[in-house]
Design a protein around this ligand. Structure first.
Ligand code: FAD
Ligand code: SIN
Length: 536
């Protein structure tokens, strides 16, 4: 069995940044299930938030982050996020990320729910592609072992500590075992849970599923952010139309050309994402259309094409000149606020197991993420993970313990269960556990998901592993959404349309039946139910 000091799963910004920091302290293996640049990071458009502009401060950035998170942000984690932002941006600049500048100064964009312009971008709207290309180029030239097309399939945990993992070589379907001192999950999000999503195909929630099955705490899964504006054109895959387009003055209009956002929120186009997404849903509900329009035709064409070259080109190649015609848009699943629960050093409740990036739940986003805080979160906490490995405590990591309030899922209703495949799961999640949920829709989803779980075969290749991960995540999202009997941030329930003081707390899951893992064990009895702890 090959041994490394650090095994890092994932090659997005979180994984690569962690690897570049960790290489200074030991041997590093990066596993990634596709090619190195297949990840959410590469598609990020708007940019990365940091309070570096004139008149801005970590304090103001913190206030915006707390407000967006609707009462569930971890104040200490968010303080760290905003205070360490400028230093981490400096790291990216040092690695070579070419942020856009004007007269030698970094230019800052504006996005929804930010009180000031504070979004750094690169190549206009190609920020993520520049970050990914820069970090992967540096990583390839470093003393880091990178294994592409290699999927982390199971974590090896013994006596509450990480020992290594089992991986699947996706090209040969052979199994490989690795041991390590520290294992960092940087596996990104789970946008593939939903039929309409901005996320690429790798976003299947594997890290959350792996960690959950290994006994790590998973938190806040009911909070899934839907981006209000993905391109909606027949025959065209969902494609993000950046929030920065509204930040630059883009206006949302109904089919008759009326600007409607002021009817829903005083901040109009710059209201929080969940507000804008639900407003669009309400508008399309009035007409039966499947989209509204985002209009930038009143802006100078040169401004549109220079600030959003990627969006402009993408649309033009599909026959839409956005400088002349409004853009048809509708909401799409975008970002997983929940994830593997960590403390402010990225530690999970399993010794030696860390998580960072979208796979982690540090608590900085609470019930709703502030735009462009996610890229920032990845590097702030990836840095802290590596710092922590240098002085890892011997005892149980200092993740707060939860009060136990274990509840079981109801048995599956065998009737009315369609055959399981990714498409069926995505449609179920979109229809029943989407932007707007209710107790009834969630209960229906829960029953079908449990029935699917009971029949799931042991995963043997990449698609079946991904399906198993999606199913685990779907059950966690649905179960948490069912328990949270209120509306807060990105979680909106028709039957409980207002926030409730009683629910100003987190829902944490820990696998009830976690056993020490054998090298090639039988699949865990997942039809048995996740237990949930509700934490004040
Ligand atoms: P990712 O970049 O998704 O990387 C995850 C990696 O893990 C991938 O390499 C994947 O292949 C690998 N992986 C997953 N499972 C396994 C496994 N089992 N075994 C091996 N490898 C595995 N955020 C912002 O802050 N600003 C923005 O402007 C912005 N725009 C966005 C636009 C789009 C279209 C999307 C989809 C997201 C956007 N976001 C934005 C969110 C942000 O991009 C992500 O949250 C962030 O990039 C996540 O980085 P990450 O490194 O955690 O995960
Ligand atoms: C966008 O460009 O609208 C995405 C920004 C984000 O998800 O933070």
């Amino acid at each position: 069995m090959k041994h490394y000091d650090y095994i890092i799963v994932g090659s997005g910004i979180a994984g690569l940044y962690a690897a570049l920091k960790a290489r200074e302290h030991g041997s590093v293996l990066v596993l990634t299930k596709g090619s190195i640049d297949e990840c959410n990071t590469r598609y990020a458009q708007g940019g990365i938030a940091a309070p570096i502009g004139e008149g801005d401060s970590p304090r103001l950035h913190l206030e915006d982050t707390l407000r967006a998170g609707a009462g569930l942000v971890d104040g200490e984690a968010a303080r760290i996020l905003t205070e360490e932002a400028a230093d981490r941006i400096a790291d990216l600049v040092e690695f070579g990320v070419p942020f856009d500048t004007l007269d030698g100064e970094i230019t800052l964009g504006r996005e929804g729910a930010h009180s000031l312009p504070r979004i750094l971008h690169a190549g206009g709207d190609a920020t993520g592609a520049h970050i990914e290309l820069t970090l992967s180029s540096v990583a390839k030239l470093s003393r880091i072992t990178i294994m592409e097309h290699c999927l982390a399939a199971r974590l090896h945990v013994a006596d509450g500590a990480i020992e290594g993992l089992e991986a699947l070589d996706c090209r040969t379907n052979t199994r490989l075992d690795f041991s390590c001192r520290f294992l960092i999950l940087a596996t990104g999000g789970a946008g593939q849970l939903y039929r309409i999503s901005t996320n690429p195909s790798v976003a299947t929630g594997d890290g959350v599923a792996l960690a959950y099955q290994a006994g790590a705490d998973v938190m806040d899964m009911e909070f899934f952010q839907f981006h209000p504006t993905a391109l909606r054109m027949a025959g065209v895959e969902p494609f993000l139309i950046s929030e920065a387009v509204r930040g630059e003055g883009g206006v949302l209009r109904d089919a008759g050309g009326r600007a409607f956002m002021a009817d829903y929120d005083p901040a109009a186009e710059l209201a929080p994402r969940d507000v804008v997404a639900r407003a669009i849903l309400a508008e399309v509900g009035k007409t039966g259309a499947d989209h509204v329009y985002l209009d930038v035709t009143h802006l100078a064409p040169a401004r549109v094409t220079s600030r959003f070259p990627h969006i402009y080109r993408f649309c033009l190649e599909r026959g839409l000149d956005i400088t002349r015609e409004p853009i048809p848009v509708s909401p799409a699943a975008h970002y997983m606020m929940g994830g593997v629960r960590t403390n402010t050093w990225g530690e999970t409740n399993i010794r030696g197991l860390y998580a960072c990036g979208e796979a982690a739940c540090t608590g900085v986003h609470g019930a709703n993420r502030l735009a462009s805080n996610s890229l920032l979160e990845t590097i702030v906490f990836a840095k802290r993970v590596v710092q922590r490995t240098l002085r890892q405590a011997q005892g149980e990591p200092s993740v707060n313990e939860t009060s136990v309030d274990a509840v079981s899922l109801s048995p599956a209703v065998a009737a009315e269960v369609p055959p399981l495949d990714v498409g069926a799961l995505q449609s179920l999640m979109w229809d029943k556990v989407g932007i707007v949920r209710s107790g009834d829709s969630l209960a229906q989803a829960r029953a079908i998901l449990a029935a699917w779980q009971a029949t799931l075969a042991q995963p043997s290749d990449r698609p079946s592993h991904e399906l198993a991960s999606l199913l685990t995540c779907a059950r966690l999202v649905t179960e948490a959404a069912l328990r949270r009997q209120e509306s807060r941030g990105a979680h909106y329930r028709l039957d409980f349309p207002r926030p409730s003081q009683a629910w100003q707390r987190h829902i944490v899951f820990r696998h009830r039946q976690t056993q020490p893992q054998a090298a090639h064990p039988e699949p865990p009895p997942e039809a048995d139910l996740p237990s949930a702890d509700v934490e004040g």
